[in-house]
Design a protein around this ligand. Sequence first.
Ligand code: ADP
Ligand code: MG
Length: 689
Amino acid sequence: MSLCLDTPLTELAGVGQVRAKKLEKLGLVQAGDLLAYYPRDYEDRRQVFSVRQAPLDRRACIRAMAAERPRLERVRKGLELVRVKAADYTGVLHLTFFNQSYAARAIHPGEEYIFFGAVEEQGRRRSMVNPIFERADRQSVTGCIMPVYPLTAGISNHLMASLARQVLPCAGALDETLPQSVRQEYHLAGLEFSVRNIHFPQDGQALELARRRLAFEELFYLAAGLSFLKKRREGSGPGRAVPARPVEEFLALLPFAPTAAQRRVMEQVAADLASGQPMNRLVQGDVGSGKTAVAAFAAWLCARGGAQTALMAPTEVLAGQHFRSLSALLSPAGVRVGLLTGSLPAAEKKKTRAALARGELDLVVGTHALISQGVEFRDLALMVADEQHRFGVAQRAALAAKGHRPHVLVMSATPIPRTLALIIYGDLDVSVIDQLPPGRTPVETYVIGEDKRQRMYGFIRRQAQAGRQAYIICPAVEEAQADQPSPTPELKAVTAYAGHLQSQVFPDLRLGVLHGKMKPREKQTAMDAFARGEIQVLVATTVVEVGVDVPNASLIVIENADRFGLSQLHQLRGRVGRGEHRSYCVLVTSTRSPESLGRLRTLASTTDGFQISEEDLKARGPGDFFGNRQHGLPQMKLADLAGDMRLLSQAQQAALRLLEQDPRLERPENRPVLERVRRLFADTPDIFN
Ligand code: ADP
Ligand code: MG
C-alpha cells in the first residue's frame, strides 16, 4: 500500500472502526493529521543495560536472553499470568506479564530480547512487570528516543507511536510552509527533517533543531495573523471621530487630581478617539491605579460628542458598582447613565434597551450580556471592557463585524507578563498606568499558620473597633460536612464559616456573606450594605476578586491561601489599601510545602504585580494562568508562550517584514501563508469578512 497525506487512518495497520472513532476525537482522520500531531514528551530508550547495571530510578532497557519457556497460569477468571526468566552474563531478570498471554507465545527460549520497563529489586533478585519487549535484532520501539503522545481513552502510546512510524514516510510529500528566505535568515531546519525528528529524533540535537523550527513556525503564523488583522482593521475604513475637548473640563468633575500616569493615558485615549481610526487600546494598570477614571473620561468625551458608550464588567457586582460611581461622577455633567444586567426585572431591562435605541442614554454599564443579547444602540461609539481577559481577539472581531466599528478600550489589572502581552495583545496599542495615586502605602502582608488564628481574630476586632472594615475570603462555598463547622476546617466554606464566626467569635460585630451561588439581588444587597459600612466583616468567596472598591476596608484575610494562584491573591489583596488607611493582608495557610510557603512569601515581599505574575507563570504555565483558552488565541502545540521570548521576537520580526512587502498577502508565493492564517483563526468568527 502506498500512503499519502490524505490516506484515511483506517488503512493503517492497527486501526479499525472503533479506534478510528477514538482517533477522530483527537482530530486525527488522515495520515497527514498524524504528522502534525506532535509528541508532548520523549522517553530516552537509547541506552541498553545489562541486568545488573540497569538503573532502578527510571524505566530502562535491558538486553537479555529468554532462559526458559514462558509459563502461562490462569490464576482466576479474568486474571492470567505469564512468567519467564531472562538472563545475561550479569544475572537473571524475572519477568511477569498480567493478562498479556500473547507474551507466552511471543517469547522463545534462547532468543535475545530488549525488555523495557521499571526494574524492581528485592535483595539480589531483579524483576520487571509488564515490560515492553521486542527481539534484539528487530528493534523499533527500543534503542531510540521514543515519542510520548497526548492520548485519549482506548488509544495507547504504543499504538500512537506505531501509527506515527507508519505515516512518517509521507513527510517527504509535505509542502514547505516557511518561505525560503525566512528559513535561511533564522537558520531553521527544513520541514521534512523537522517533522521526522519531532516524532522520532535521531538525537538530542536533531530534536532541538526540529522543535525550534516548528515552534518558530507556529509563532510566525500567529504573529502574521495578528498583525494582518490589525492592518486590515486600520485599512478598512474610518471609525467615528470623537472631537477632543479641554481635559480640564473633565478633571473638574473628579474628586481628586489625576496622577501623571492617568493624565498621560487620558491624552492617548483622546488622541485615538479623535483620529478617525477605530481605537483598539489596552490600558494596563495594577490594582488601584485608577483605571476607572480613564474609562469615565473616554465615556464623557463620547457623550460630549453626542455618541454612546457601553462599559462591560465581568460580574454583576462590579457592574453595579461601576454604575453607581460613574453616575455620581458624570451625571452632574449631564451624562445619562444606565444599568443593564441579566438580573434586573424584565420591565426595567426593556426600558433601558428602548432608551439605548432611542439615544436617551449616553452610557450603559452591564455584563457580557451587553454585546451578546442583541442590544441596539442609536449611535455606539465606544466599547469599554473592564477586567475582561476573555475580551480577546474574537470578541473584538465580532464587534467590528457588527458594522459599528466602535472604539474599543480594554482595561486590565492582571499584569500580564510582557512575553504574553506581546502575543495576546499584539494587535492592540498598549498604555500603562505605572503609578499609584499618592498617599497609598503598600498593603502590609503576612503569612500565618493556624497557631496564630486567635491573634488574627483579635486583629479583625481591633480594625472594626477603629471604624474600618474587613474581608475574609474562603475558597469554596459549601463544605463537605456543612453541618459540622469546625473552627479550623480543612477548607473554609463561606456560609458555614460565617455562621460560626458570627455566633462563636464575633457576636459583637456585624457580619455579612457574599458568594457566587447567591441570587444577584442578594449579592447586590450584601455588597451595598458593605459599601455603606453596615456590614463590618464580609465573608466572601472570590466574587470580590476584581474591581470591587470599598476604600474604608483596610484588612483582607485569605483562608487556605495556598489554594489560590499568586496573581489571584494579588488581585484579592488589591481590595484593600484603596483609601487613606493603612491596610493589611493576612494569608492563612496550614501547608507545610516549602514551595507553597515560598510562593506566599513572594507575595508578602513584593507588591509589584509584574513580578508576581512572572512568578505565577513560572509555577503554573500560561494555560492555567488564563484559564482555558481565555485569551481567545489559537492553541500553540509546541511554542511556549511564556518562555520562547527570543524565538517569539524573531518570528514576529519575520512576520512583520513579510507583511511589509505584501500587506494583503496577495502574492502567489504568499498564498499558503494566507491560507494558514485563515485556518489558524478559523475559530474566530467573522474575522475575514
Ligand atoms: P483600578 O485601576 O483598580 O480599577 P479604580 O479606578 O477603582 O482602580 O481606583 C481605585 C481607587 O482609587 C478608587 O477609590 C478611586 O476613586 C481612587 N483614585 C483613582 N485615581 C485617583 C487619584 N489620582 N487620586 C486619588 N484617588 C484616586
Ligand atoms: Mg477597576
